[in-house]
Ligand binder design. Sequence first.
Ligand code: PMV
Length: 319
Amino acid sequence: MIEASAPSNIALIKYMGKVDSQSNIPSNASLSFTLEKLRTTVTLEKIKNVADQWSPLTGNDFYNLQLSEKGVQKFLNHFARLKKEFAIDGYYQVKSANNFPSDAGLASSASSFAALTEATYLLKKSTHADFTKSKTELAALSRMGSGSSCRSFFSPWSTWDDRGAREAHIPIKNLIHRAFIYETSAKKVSSSEAHQRVVMSPLFKEDENGISRIDRAEIRLKNLLLAFSENNWRLAFEICWQEFWDMHELFHTCDPSFTYLTDEVCHVLKQMKEKWDREGRGPLITLDAGPNVHCLFREEDADLVGAWEKEFAPGSKKS
Ligand code: PMV
């Protein structure tokens, strides 16, 4: 039996919008922090069957994972693509599970697809030891299943643009991640659907300054890297703050528009911003395509974590 695991990641500069939806080519470059402690494990075992099967992996370290029929199909389609690419015959029992609750609003598609890609590579290597693929090649294959999964191959920082995914060299490492989970029900608009809809927002073409979404993301990425290199944490916070609002504004202004924001999240974001302004210190704050808030604290701000948890967490997930 083959086993592999891979981490999730949280984007600070978001991948939102695709130039090619078949192969998940992003409209703009993105930057993420890898969440080493939030992982998916995948096992592969050969079966005498006429089709690959998926079932949840069970064990003390795992939360019970339920995939929809569509979710299973997407996962097994990616496995079939990898088997073809690596010339692997036969059919397999594919099992997967996360070490974090899948209903906790934490993106698990990045870690799931990265772990499946890694496991299938190890499966090939188990019989062909000299078969070699670089991390960059594996990331590119994983991207075909889930775009954001390609960033999970690099740590602690990962960037992804039209040249592919690779490690981003940022002097600030060892960030402390907390996800504040306000909503655990399934998303009404999937991220695949969001990618398709955002390009219909007038703000995708240009904002009030005549700058396109693609350029806004590129400019922010450049400025964020500069802020990190100059250790300007406050500026890094401001850039991340503007970036997630930009993505959510695209959701609010496309046609048909939609929102992931709830009254509670809006209230919490306001309180968090006021706390930051009042205290002059705090974490990077970002939202993904969902109503949950991700905070990244510097090691030197570790003393703030407890107070932020106390103030904002209705069931926070430590990682
Ligand atoms: O990989 P997908 O198709 O689930 O897209 C993820 C998109 C965001 O999570 C909203 C942003 C990102 O860059 O991860």
